[in-house]
Design a protein around this ligand. Structure first.
Ligand code: NAD
Length: 419
C-alpha cells in the first residue's frame, strides 16, 4: 500500500524498476531507495480579494536525507497532487546525485492556478504555504526553490516569512531569490543556460553546426524562453515555440526577442501572430534538429514518439517522456540523441547549490564565476553519462539514473540501517 499513486509516480516507479534490474538491486533494498522519507500535506487558507476565504492544498515531499538536506522546487499548478510531487522529489534525488551535490531530492506544490490569483492573493498563499512548512524545512533540513508557477518574487516571500518567524534573516532557506535579497547571479537563467550548453555539446558530438540547426521549444516560461534565447545567440534557428495559450511554427525562424517581449507585456504567447499559428500537438511533430520540451511531464508518449522528426531530444522539463515513448524511440533505430531530464535541466539545482553555499558563507561570486562553475559540473556529468551508456550498452536516461541510484544506494549502505 502506498499513498503515491497516479500516472507520474507510476512512470517514476517503472523507471526505477528497470534501473534496479540493471543494477541487480535485491528486492529487499528497493522500497528503501524508491519511497520518500517524508511527505507533508497542508491546508492553506487565504482571504480572496472579494472577502471570501479559499483553502488550497499544499504538499512537500522529502525523498531521502542520506547525503544532507533535501532540495527542490515548489510548483503552483492546477494539477499538482502528492503522486506528482513525490515523483519530482525522486527525480531531484537522482539529479543531485548525478551532479555530485550534497542533497537528497525534495519537491513541493500547491494545487492552484496561479494565473487566477491577484498579486495580493499570490503573496498571501505563498506566505501561508511557507508558514505551514516552517516545522519541516530549514537551511540544513530542506531548502526550497522555484518551479512551474513560482518565481523569484515567491521565493522572496518564502524567505521573508521564514525569517520573520525566526527573528533574523535566513537567505539560505530558499534559493532562486532575487539577487538583491541574497540570491546569486545567474540563478534565474541557470536552467535554460544549462540546457543550451548541453545541446551545444551534443551538436558538437554529432558533428552538426549550430548555425545550420533548427529548434522547437515547448513551454516559454523561465526555462523555455532562456533556452530559446541562448540557442538563438549560438546561431540556432528557433522555428517553433509554444506555451499553454498558443503554438507557433515558422520554418524561416521565429523572432525570439519579439516572442520574449510579447510575453513580458501580455503574460503569455497568445496574440503574437495569426500567420504562424499551429496546433500545439502538431508542433512537436514538425521537422527540427533539436526538440526541447520545457513545460510539463508526459508530453512525449506512445502516441507521438514514433512521429518525432528531431535528432536531439533535450528534456528541459521534468519527466516529459513516458517509458512507452522511450521504448519506441529506442526501437526506431534512427538514434535520436536524448539528453535526459535529470542531466538536461540540472543547471537549476547546480546554481541553487551555489546560491546556498554563497548564502551560508556570506561570500558572493560574480556571474562569470557562477557560469564557469556551472558549465564545468555539466561537462563532467555529460561525460559520466555518455561513458556509462557506452560501457553498459544502455540509454543515456538509464545511464544517468544508474549513476544517481548507485550513489544514493552506496551512501545508504555505508551509513547502515538505524535500528
Ligand atoms: P514556468 O512556470 O516559468 O513556465 C512553464 C511554461 O510552460 C509556461 O510558458 C506555460 O505556459 C507552459 N505550459 C504549461 N502548460 C503547457 C502546455 N500544455 N503546452 C505548452 N506549454 C505549456 O516554469 P519553468 O520554471 O520554466 O519550468 C518548466 C519545466 O522545467 C517544468 O517541468 C519544471 O519542473 C522544469 N524545471 C524548471 C527548473 C527551474 O529552474 N525553473 C529547473 C529544473 C526543471
Amino acid at each position: 500500500m502506498t499513498i503515491y499513486t497516479g500516472p507520474v509516480f507510476e512512470m517514476c516507479r517503472q523507471q526505477f524498476a528497470a534501473i534496479a534490474d540493471h543494477l541487480d538491486i535485491p528486492e529487499v533494498e528497493r522500497a528503501r531507495i524508491l519511497y520518500p522519507k517524508r511527505a507533508v500535506t497542508v491546508s492553506c487558507p487565504i482571504h480572496r480579494d472579494d472577502g471570501s476565504i479559499a483553502v488550497f492544498q499544499g504538499y512537500r515531499v522529502q525523498h531521502h536525507l542520506t547525503l544532507g538536506p533535501t532540495k527542490g522546487g515548489t510548483r503552483f499548478s492546477k494539477n499538482v497532487d502528492i503522486g506528482e510531487v513525490a515523483a519530482l522529489a525522486v527525480w531531484m534525488s537522482r539529479k543531485c546525485a548525478l551532479a555530485g551535490l550534497p542533497y537528497g531530492g525534495a519537491k513541493g506544490g500547491v494545487t492552484v492556478d496561479p494565473a487566477a490569483l491577484s498579486k495580493r492573493e499570490l503573496e498571501g498563499l505563498s506566505r501561508r504555504y511557507m508558514q505551514e512548512m516552517i516545522p519541516f524545512v530549514g537551511p540544513h533540513t530542506d531548502v526550497m526553490a522555484p518551479d512551474m508557477g513560482t518565481n523569484e518574487q515567491v521565493m522572496a516571500w518564502f524567505m521573508d516569512t521564514y525569517s520573520m518567524y525566526q527573528g533574523r534573516t535566513f537567505p539560505e532557506v530558499v534559493t532562486g531569490k532575487p539577487v538583491v535579497s541574497g540570491g546569486t547571479e545567474g540563478r534565474r537563467e541557470a536552467t535554460g543556460l544549462g540546457v543550451a550548453h548541453l545541446i551545444g555539446k551534443t551538436l558538437d558530438r554529432l558533428g552538426v553546426s549550430p548555425s545550420g540547426a533548427t529548434a522547437i521549444v515547448q513551454g516559454f516560461g523561465n526555462v523555455g524562453s532562456v533556452t530559446a534565447e541562448n540557442l538563438h545567440s549560438r546561431g540556432v534557428r528557433v522555428v517553433g515555440a509554444s506555451d499553454h495559450t498558443a503554438a507557433y511554427y515558422d520554418p524561416a525562424g521565429l523572432n525570439v526577442t519579439a516572442l520574449m517581449n510579447h510575453v513580458a507585456h501580455h503574460g503569455s504567447l497568445a496574440g503574437f501572430s495569426t500567420e504562424v499559428l499551429i496546433d500545439p500537438d502538431e508542433l512537436l511533430l514538425q521537422p527540427c534538429d533539436i526538440l526541447v520540451p520545457a513545460a510539463m511531464e508526459q508530453v512525449i508518449t506512445g502516441q507521438n514518439a514514433g512521429s518525432l522528426k528531431c535528432r536531439i531530444l533535450a528534456e528541459a522539463a521534468n519527466g516529459p517522456t513516458t517509458p512507452d515513448a522511450d521504448k519506441i524511440l529506442a526501437e526506431r533505430g534512427d538514434e535520436i540523441f536524448i539528453i535526459p531530464d535529470i542531466l538536461c535541466n540540472s543547471g537549476g539545482v547546480i546554481v541553487s547549490y551555489f546560491e546556498w553555499v554563497q548564502d551560508l558563507q556570506q561570500l558572493f561570486w560574480g556571474r562569470a564565476e557562477v557560469v564557469d562553475r556551472l558549465y564545468s559540473i555539466l561537462d563532467r556529468s555529460f561525460q559520466h553519462v555518455a561513458d556509462r551508456a557506452v560501457r553498459d550498452g544502455i540509454s543515456n536516461r538509464e545511464a544517468a539514473m544508474a549513476i544517481g541510484v548507485e550513489k544514493v544506494r552506496g551512501a545508504k549502505q555505508t551509513r547502515g540501517l538505524f535500528p
